[in-house]
Design a protein around this ligand. Sequence first.
Ligand code: NAD
Ligand code: TYD
Length: 377
Amino acid sequence: MKRNILITGGAGFIGSHVVRLFVNKYPDYHIVNLDKLTYAGNLANLKDIEDRPNYTFIKADIVDFEAMRRIMDEHGIDGIIHLAAESHVDRSIKDPFTFARTNVMGTLSLLQAAKEYWETLPEKYDGKRFYHISTDEVYGALELTNPEGIESPFTTAASSEHHHAYGTEFFLETTKYNPHSPYSASKASSDHFVRAYHDTYGMPTIVTNCSNNYGPYQFPEKLIPLFINNIRHRKPLPVYGKGENVRDWLYVEDHARAIDLIFHKGTIAETYNIGGFNEWKNIDIIKVIIKTVDRLLGNPEGYSDELITYVTDRLGHDMRYAIDSRKLQKELGWEPSLQFEEGIERTVRWYLDHQDWMDNISSGDYERYYEEMYKER
Ligand code: NAD
Ligand code: TYD
């Protein structure tokens, strides 16, 4: 079946994996990648597919409603996978306005453009999809009731061998929204707008909330690529607070596979949580990263431990995120494919083998931003 699919934020980390998957897997689909190319957007992420006949890139800002409306019309868009966003919590603490602008106003502008365009068609919303990609951070923070970790009651192929849960509660699709950071507040607001367009106008929407992703092409301001890069350059590894915060990590290609499945088979107006039951304390995952980088660089074990530097905690730092993704497993049969130990090995290897990619983006403006952030701590 021919389809014209708009993917926003396709030059970013997760978006580039989604674009690559769709361009390769669906030669009959026309994939339109729309991205503003902010500091986080990088067309080098898509070098391998940029010349494909079923792929078009458009540089545009989702906040620009007239442009969104025109693009919907020009390309006859019948499906939208919306990933474009400001995505880094630390930046949102420094500059919340940019987050409200892109994440809230941008999502609204895209919703309204889709609504107006689809309402001009004889079949209206029939066969259409507006799929909004969100985060588990909208649910707020869980408590660390088991700081030493207990055997997790749930497991998937992505769970680590150590397989701990650090509390008894997990985020469900029914968990009440309780965002704390300007980032999660802006994502929560955009999620509400998406649901409002379904409930008010009958727009065929879907929302998914995923846990922390890791893998190739992630911008090196996020924990894993930042630390790999800093170890390589023997720079300090800034651990916020005591390093006890817990995150639930999923390999990015497994997220992209879930997005593909939900886009095609998910039920309209539903929410699905995406995660691999793979909780890690920051300090423990940092030790795994150090060990893996040192081994792959041929350094003696423990060589880079001295780089660990405890710094002032992030303001309002959420303690624990842990996703319950059993609904997606049960209803659509999604299972992650990659175990954490293999995923982290693949990820570290990728960054070490792609030093040119890292050097290109971590120069200039970003380097200055990062130095400033670090000085403040
Ligand atoms: P990213 O920061 O790597 O990429 C975001 C992309 O959006 C960039 O290419 C950027 O240029 C583009 N963009 C930003 N503002 C724009 C605008 N105004 N108009 C058009 N394009 C714009 O982010 P990511 O980590 O790939 O996250 C993608 C989406 O997934 C986000 O919506 C994020 O909230 C969500 N998410 C991320 C994670 C994670 O762990 N990274 C987890 C769950 C959900
Ligand atoms: P991050 O990758 O920014 O993702 P998020 O805040 O969306 O979960 O951070 C992951 C965890 O690592 C989070 O608890 C904050 C912590 N962290 C550090 O300790 N040091 C750092 O330099 C960064 C970037 C994050």
